[in-house]
Design a protein around this ligand. Structure first.
Ligand SMILES: Cc1cc2nc3c(=O)[nH]c(=O)nc-3n(C[C@H](O)[C@H](O)[C@H](O)COP(=O)(O)O)c2cc1C
Length: 218
């Protein structure tokens, strides 16, 4: 009887020890912990136009690199350990504003997913994806859908960042949420007006801190 009691006590002690140890190891990482391998993927018109700058084209700063979304992507990758990937279509959009609007609108209406010119080497290398885009026609550029088809983002933590005109985020977050039902999409979305993107380093840093990252500043 005494032996059984001793044995049960030992098991209980062992269980308590294991439970306590396990708990400390299983501590939930802070959201956005850089333990996860991070990819910053983005689409920007400046890297997706045919370079035929006409009078119209010169009037928009969006055509010269870095583009607005590219600016945001570069800020992010400069502050946290990450790889960067520029989503680019095989057939670039016209640099002429009206022609670009028209093609983007056609693609949207027809549900086209334009072919991309390059691929992420191995999307499985990443647990966290920052996904950046401009508002195009009240939503996301159709090239993002191609990116989703070519890269399995299921189970990954996604942080969205967007630059836009007066239209704000419009339908973009809903579209991405619908397209990526298996991904964990943070509700804390960064968005900024096209005229402020270039000077937004410190607000991007604040956003990264809100997400739980510890941005480095060189
Ligand atoms: C084809 C096209 C469609 C656009 N549609 C919208 C829109 O519906 N709403 C809006 O607020 N801005 C719209 N914009 C403006 C861009 O979202 C904005 O200029 C953004 O900052 C561009 O980022 P980028 O320089 O990285 O391409 C559009 C721009 C283009 C080229």
């Amino acid at each position: 009887m005494r032996k059984t009691f001793l044995l049960v006590s030992m098991y209980l002690l062992l269980a308590i020890f294991l439970f306590a140890g396990g708990n400390s190891e299983n501590t939930q990482p802070v959201q956005g912990d850089t333990e996860g391998r991070v990819l910053v993927a983005y689409f920007s018109w400046a890297e997706n136009n045919d370079g035929n700058f006409g009078v119209d084209a010169v009037s928009t700063s969006s055509l010269t690199r870095p583009g607005n979304v590219e600016d945001l992507a570069l800020f992010i990758t400069s502050m946290i350990d990450s790889d960067i990937f520029s989503i680019q279509v095989e057939n670039p959009y016209p640099a002429n504003w009206d022609d670009c609007l028209a093609r983007a609108n056609d693609e949207r209406r027809n549900g086209e997913h334009p072919a991309l010119s390059s691929r992420v080497r191995n999307i499985d290398d990443y647990d966290i994806v920052f996904l950046g885009y401009p508002n195009w026609w009240y939503g996301i550029p159709m090239a993002l859908y191609t990116f989703f088809e070519e890269n399995n983002l299921s189970g990954k933590q996604i942080y969205l960042f967007c630059s836009h005109g007066t239209g704000g985020l419009a339908r973009s977050v809903d579209q991405i949420t619908e397209a990526l039902p298996e991904s964990i999409i943070s509700r804390n979305v960064f968005d900024i007006n096209e005229h402020q993107a270039h000077d937004s380093f410190s607000i991007v840093r604040d956003w990264l801190m809100e997400l739980g990252f510890q941005p480095e500043e060189d």
